[in-house]
Write a protein that binds this ligand. Structure first.
Ligand SMILES: Nc1ncnc2c1ncn2[C@@H]1O[C@H](COP(=O)(O)OP(=O)(O)OP(=O)(O)O)[C@@H](O)[C@H]1O
Ligand SMILES: [Mg+2]
Length: 296
């Protein structure tokens, strides 16, 4: 009997019922999609993309949590204009429960804020990584999506959050360094951490032709050198209104819902929502991969 069944049988014995709202969270959230938004090079648009994904899924009636996993230089709070009192740092220090730290943002999205400028957050200890994993697994609210906005690069924290997620969206721009850094990130996640599927989003592109060219350069490299196929998820055009909305501390999808960039973001979200969650590598840990614990 697993923990969820045990809890349910205790509830029944105690005269409770097993209505959906009373089913333990671990079981309720078994189907949650945990998606990392990541990149090799910094400044390619991850935070904006992750936040807009979260907002758009919430508008579509999904229960969504946005995790700020750029633990050194957090900025989801800045782009959303929120000033949370507590953050991930307090959870990892055991001072707060996750439920005391998560706040509600635009469109009802739930946000797990990070902290800025705390050196120890840039290199989480194994203990902290396990604490966070446990807290996320025991989260006491039902969720359909968790989007994790990671830091850029190939540091241990970035690897960790990508492994926690299992579904990995890699953001690239047409800049050559963005491509080479994306390749380095994919190579490391594939070879050292066993990640097998990567979904590419091109950002700040001029048009579909440029986006396809970026995708084909990267996918040719991964196929040739790693024997690995990557998926094309979609493109987001360059739009100066992204910067403008960042300054106004609102999301593009809030400020310019009819813009081409938002239509692109929406079609990417539709595509993500239609996909079956990845089923490979399912371990006994129900909602995050066992593999990520073994590799910590
Ligand atoms: N589609 C776009 N068109 C124009 N500007 C964009 C677009 N997407 C993002 N930007 C701008 O690029 C900059 C970087 O965006 P963002 O902070 O989301 O990137 P990031 O990948 O999260 O960066 P970091 O690696 O530092 O966390 C911001 O100034 C943002 O306004
Ligand atoms: Mg960012």
């Amino acid at each position: 009997m697993d923990q969820a069944e045990m809890l349910r049988s205790i509830m029944e014995e105690e005269g409770g019922t097993s209505k959906p709202s009373e089913i333990p969270s671990r079981e309720r959230n078994e189907g949650v999609r945990v998606i990392a938004v990541t990149s090799g090079k910094g400044g390619v648009g991850k935070t904006n993309i992750a936040a807009n994904f979260a907002y758009i899924t919430a508008l579509k009636g999904k229960r969504t949590l946005l995790v700020d996993a750029d633990a050194g230089l957090a900025n989801i709070d800045v782009i959303l204009g929120i000033t949370p009192e507590f953050n991930l740092y307090h959870v990892l220090r055991g001072e707060k429960k996750l439920s005391e730290v998560i706040v509600t943002g635009p469109g009802g999205i739930r946000i797990l804020p990070a902290s800025s400028g705390i050196a120890e957050m840039t290199d989480l200890s194994r203990g902290s990584k396990l604490t966070l994993l446990e807290e996320l697994q025991d989260i006491d609210e039902p969720l359909d999506f968790i989007f994790i906005d990671t830091a850029a690069g190939i540091a241990g924290n970035v690897m960790y959050f990508n492994m926690v997620a299992k579904e990995i969206v890699v953001v690239v721009t047409p800049e050559p360094t963005s491509l080479t850094d994306a390749y380095a990130l994919i190579k490391l996640l594939y070879k050292n951490y066993g990640a097998k599927r990567f979904k590419l989003v091109t950002n700040m592109v001029k048009n579909a032709a440029e986006s396809k060219a970026v995708f084909s350069r990267l996918s040719r490299a991964t196929e040739h050198f790693l024997n690995l196929s990557i998926d094309y998820l979609g493109l987001i055009p360059f739009d100066p209104r992204v910067q403008e909305t960042v300054k106004r501390q609102c999301l593009l999808a809030q400020g310019y819902p009819k813009s081409k960039a938002v239509q692109s973001l929406k079609s990417i979200v539709d595509k993500l929502m239609k996909e079956e969650p990845d089923t490979y590598d399912r371990g006994t840990i129900k909602f995050f991969g066992r593999s990520c614990i073994e590799r910590l």
